[in-house]
Design a protein around this ligand. Sequence first.
Ligand code: ZN
Length: 144
Amino acid sequence: MAETVHAEPPLIAGEAVRVGEDGRPTLIGSVCSDCATRVFPPVPLCPECMREDMAQVALGRSGRLYSYCTVHVAPRGWSVPYIAGYVDLPEGVRVFTHVVDAAEEQLSMEMEVELTTAVLGNDADGEAFSSYAFRPRRPEGDDA
Ligand SMILES: [Zn+2]
């Protein structure tokens, strides 16, 4: 199977995620210059005060799992089943995300999770695509 080495599958999250030179992803949200509300994904209009003075802000890489469930039916291209969940970040932002590297029975409410990237499906040409996802937090230094 490993006859060709491909580059990392392209990220489909556009402006919402950046991958640093160390390979670690960061979520990019918006922060309101007026009331400091932070949101993800980035938006041009503050949902709290309706001002349009939003700046980009890098969000934390870890948070707590607020809720999750296994999805068995998805639009064409997405690999199923997968676990969808909400992750609460320390900045007060709730992120809708895939949860990877764990079976549903290994997850629990409020558990610590960390940001990663994962292959989530294939596009119309059959090429794999990836996006941000969260996984159960690993001990420091365990980068496997
Ligand atoms: Zn605001």
